[in-house]
Design a protein around this ligand. Structure first.
Ligand SMILES: Cc1ncc(COP(=O)(O)O)c(C=O)c1O
Length: 379
């Protein structure tokens, strides 16, 4: 079955009770049992809900995985994966990650004596060199937030397999439409479904996808035991969102390519980070492991904070807001917004400076978006 068909049909058969074509929102916390020890597969919504099951099946199919598990946020999904670790375990992570993920690692899980080592995500060998007898998990984001760097998933997965480590890839930026980490050797894929999967900036959610029976059992246990689960309506919103994922991703990319070209040729801009540009240092790798380059761009302006302020406050279509992946275009300043909790030293090393702006290119008209950035830059 093709991607577009899976997005609309997998897990979404007509409702068995009523024939409703669209999966109903099973807005219930509990289920009436037929008798002691007898129920229809659901007993309490934290443990399972039919609307959530539909979404979990569809997401598994889109990532080419056997199992999907949904969460109340991307960080809820990440935390539930990390719950598999024990005190003394170590994680090797790529150094450019969403700021909230780094905050969760450094300020929450490190309190439980789990050690996080950050390595240059563009250098697969760096992961290998950082392995110790206590390493259990490798955590990657690719393309990264906000620098749009690329990690070679296949190369790192070989290292993970050779050393008996779990490889987890946050696939939020690419979405399964452009990248399938499980096919490239990852054990677990994590998503913030808040972003492209939901696609309309009206829901917060997360997901874990795997083909491993063992990892599925473990994360499913923490899904129920920790309880970061999505409500039925939120599950339904993401399920509705993914039906149009393919058409949205095509337009996000088409717009982003043209916006990136425009920015790359603008005299007030130093550097544009977009894996679809030939100038991107890992353009060839991106071409190899992704089927498209997505809709996220970051760029560094020539000048100080006053120019940055003028641009992010000067756009009329791009809204100054956190988050990404919705149909509407957003503009943000990672240092003071999404990446405020990343240690300054780590930010400086990566180039997450005061001059860096991140945009999530939406699916509006291409010329409108370019003209909007142009008027903000030329003010
Ligand atoms: C790449 C990435 N992963 C995870 C998250 C966390 O997701 P959520 O905000 O849904 O908890 C985000 C949020 O921006 C993100 O950009």
């Amino acid at each position: 079955m093709e991607f577009e068909t899976k997005a609309i049909h997998v897990g979404q058969d007509p409702d068995s009770a009523t024939g409703a074509t669209i999966t109903p929102i099973y807005q219930t916390s509990t289920y009436t049992h037929d008798g002691l020890g007898k129920h229809k597969g659901y007993d309490y919504t934290r443990a399972g809900n039919p609307t959530r099951t539909a979404l979990e099946s569809a997401l598994a199919a889109l990532e080419g995985g056997k199992y999907g598990l949904c969460f109340s946020s991307g960080l809820g999904a990440t935390a539930s994966v990390l719950c598999m670790l024990k005190a003394g375990d170590e994680v090797i992570a790529g150094d450019d990650l969403y700021g909230g993920t780094i905050r969760l690692f450094n300020k929450v899980f490190s309190n439980f004596n789990i050690k996080f080592t950050y390595v240059d995500g563009t250098d697969s060998r760096a992961f290998e060199k950082a392995i110790t007898p206590r390493t259990k998990l490798i955590w990657l984001e690719t393309p990264t937030n906000p620098m749009l760097r690329i990690t070679d998933i296949k190369a790192v997965s070989k290292i993970a397999k050779a050393n008996n480590l779990i490889l987890c890839v946050d696939n939020t930026f690419a979405s399964p439409y452009f990248q399938k980490p499980l096919d490239l050797g990852a054990d677990i894929v994590v998503h913030s479904t808040t972003k492209y999967l939901g696609g309309h900036s009206d829901v917060v959610g997360g997901a874990v996808i795997t083909s491993s029976d063992d990892l599925h059992e473990k994360v499913k246990f923490y899904q129920k035991a920790v309880g970061a689960t999505p409500g039925p309506f939120d599950s339904w919103l993401v399920l509705r969102g993914i039906k149009t994922l393919a058409v949205r991703m095509k337009k996000h990319e088409e717009n982003a390519k043209q916006v990136a070209e425009f920015l790359a040729n603008h005299p007030k801009i130093n550097k544009v980070n977009y894996p679809g540009l030939k100038s991107h240092p890992q353009h060839e790798l991106a071409k190899k492991q992704m089927s498209g380059f997505g809709g996220m761009i970051s760029f560094e302006v020539k000048g100080d904070k006053s120019l940055v302020k003028k641009i992010v406050e000067g756009t009329k279509i791009f809204a100054l807001a956190e988050s990404l992946g919705g149909v509407e275009s957003l503009i943000g300043h990672p240092v003071s917004m999404t990446h405020v909790d990343v240690p300054q030293e780590q930010r400086n090393k990566l180039g997450i400076t005061e001059s860096l702006i991140r945009i999530s290119v939406g699916i509006e008209g291409t010329d409108d978006l370019i003209n909007d950035l142009k008027q903000a830059l030329d003010k």
